[in-house]
Design a protein around this ligand. Structure first.
Ligand SMILES: Cc1cc2nc3c(=O)[nH]c(=O)nc-3n(C[C@H](O)[C@H](O)[C@H](O)COP(=O)(O)O)c2cc1C
Length: 330
C-alpha cells in the first residue's frame, strides 16, 4: 500500500505526523513514535517569552549588573547561563537529528517583533527540517481591529521567512473572520504548510478558589469537523500543503482528512491517551481499510470529498441549522 504523501515540501512515508506536545519533548518518546511508524514529529514549542526573557536576563546580567561577564555570573550565582531553555532546545534538535530518520519540525511560538525571530535561524542551523510557527495571539484590546491583528500574524511570518530557508508552516487558529483569505495570504507570503487548526488552551474558573485557570483536556474525534470543512474548502486553492489537526484520533479520522483534501494529519490527544505504540495500530487499520475498499494509495483518495468534488457542497458552505432542525432527533 502506498501511504506516501508530501507536506511542506517534505516527503513523508505516511500522513501521520505527531503534533507539538509533551510527547515530542522527550527523545525516548520520539524514538518510540518513529519505531511505531510516525512519518514526522513536530517538537514541543519554544516560546517567544522564554527566548526574550533569557535575552533580557542576559542583557541585564552582562551590561547592567556588572561590567564584565565573569563578574556578572559571580554577582548572580543562581543564574545558570550554560543551561538556558533556548540553548537546550537547539541541543535537543542536534541530538535528535542523530537519533531519528524521519523529518523533525521545530515549533516556534510567538507573535511580536523581537529577538525571538533571530532564533528561527538558529533552529535551522541546529538541523531542523522544517519550522512550524504557532502564532497564538488573543486580541484583548477592543481598539485593535481585525486588519491590525491579521497584519501582526503576517509580519511575524514574514520576519521568520526572511531569516530561514527551511520550509515554514503556520499553525492557524480557526477564529479569523475570513479563514480562507488568511490562509491564502499566509500561502502567498511563503508558508509551505498550513496546520488547520490549533486548539488553544481552554480557560476555566475555579468557583471555590475564585480564580481563572488554564485547562487542557483531550480532544475528541468530533472536533475534527472544522478542519474537514476548511481542508475541503482550501483543497487545490493554495500552493501550501495542508495538515488537518485537532480531533484526529482514529484511522477513520485520517481517511476523512485525506478525502477532505488534507496532505497530512497531526495527532496528539489520542497518542497521549493510548501511548506511542498506538501509531502502529492506527496505521495498520488504515491499510486494512484501504485494502478492503481496493485503494492503492493515499494520493488516490486525496480531495475526493473536497468542496469541488463533493456531491453535497452545502455541507461545507452552509452553517445554519435549517435542514438539520427539521430532521434531527436525540
Ligand atoms: C498537553 C499538550 C501540550 C501541547 N503543547 C503544544 C505546544 O507546545 N505547541 C503547540 O503548538 N501545540 C501544543 N499543543 C497542541 C497540539 O499540538 C494540538 O494542536 C492539539 O492538541 C490538537 O490536536 P489533538 O486533537 O490531536 O490533541 C499541546 C497539546 C496538549 C494536549
Amino acid at each position: 500500500m502506498d501511504l506516501t504523501t508530501e507536506y511542506m515540501g517534505l516527503a513523508l512515508k505516511n500522513p501521520l505526523i505527531v503534533g507539538s506536545s509533551p510527547l515530542t519533548a522527550s527523545r525516548e518518546s520520539i524514538i518510540k513514535l518513529e519505531d511505531a511508524g510516525a512519518a514526522a514529529v513536530v517538537m514541543h514549542s519554544i516560546f517567544e517569552e522564554q527566548i526574550n526573557h533569557e535575552h533580557h536576563e542576559i542583557d541585564h546580567f552582562l551590561f547592567k549588573g556588572s561590567e564584565s561577564y565573569a563578574e556578572a555570573v559571580g554577582y548572580f550565582p543562581d543564574m545558570d547561563l550554560g543551561n538556558l531553555e533556548s540553548e537546550h532546545y537547539l541541543e535537543e534538535i542536534a541530538t535528535l537529528k542523530n537519533s531519528i530518520d524521519i523529518p523533525l519540525i521545530a515549533s516556534l511560538n510567538g507573535v511580536s517583533e523581537g529577538g525571538w525571530i533571530n532564533y528561527a535561524k538558529q533552529l535551522q542551523e541546529a538541523g531542523a527540517d522544517g519550522l512550524e510557527l504557532n502564532i497564538t495571539y488573543i486580541p484583548t484590546d477592543p481598539e485593535l481591529d481585525g486588519q491590525a491583528v491579521e497584519q501582526l500574524y503576517l509580519d511575524a511570518l514574514n520576519a521568520v521567512l526572511s531569516s530561514v530557508n527551511i520550509p515554514v508552516s503556520v499553525k492557524m487558529n480557526a477564529y479569523f473572520s475570513a479563514p480562507a483569505n488568511m490562509a491564502k495570504r499566509f500561502s502567498e507570503a511563503g508558508a509551505q504548510g498550513l496546520v488547520l487548526f490549533d486548539r488553544p488552551v481552554q480557560v476555566d474558573i475555579d468557583i471555590e478558589e475564585l480564580i481563572s485557570s488554564p485547562r487542557i483536556h483531550a480532544s475528541q474525534s468530533q472536533e475534527l469537523s472544522e478542519s474537514l470543512r476548511w481542508c475541503a474548502i482550501l483543497y487545490k486553492k493554495l500552493e501550501s500543503s495542508l495538515a488537518a489537526s485537532s480531533g484526529v484520533h482514529t484511522h477513520e479520522d485520517i481517511l476523512k482528512a485525506m478525502m477532505s483534501g488534507a496532505d497530512a494529519v497531526q495527532m496528539v490527544s489520542a497518542l497521549m491517551t493510548h501511548g506511542e505504540g498506538y501509531v502502529k495500530e492506527v496505521l495498520d487499520n488504515l491499510v486494512l481499510w484501504m485494502e478492503e475498499k481496493e485503494y492503492d494509495s493515499i494520493a488516490q483518495m486525496k480531495g475526493s470529498i473536497s468542496l469541488q468534488h463533493t456531491s453535497n457542497p452545502a455541507a461545507y458552505q452552509r452553517a445554519n441549522y435549517m435542514r438539520i432542525l427539521s430532521e434531527y432527533r436525540f
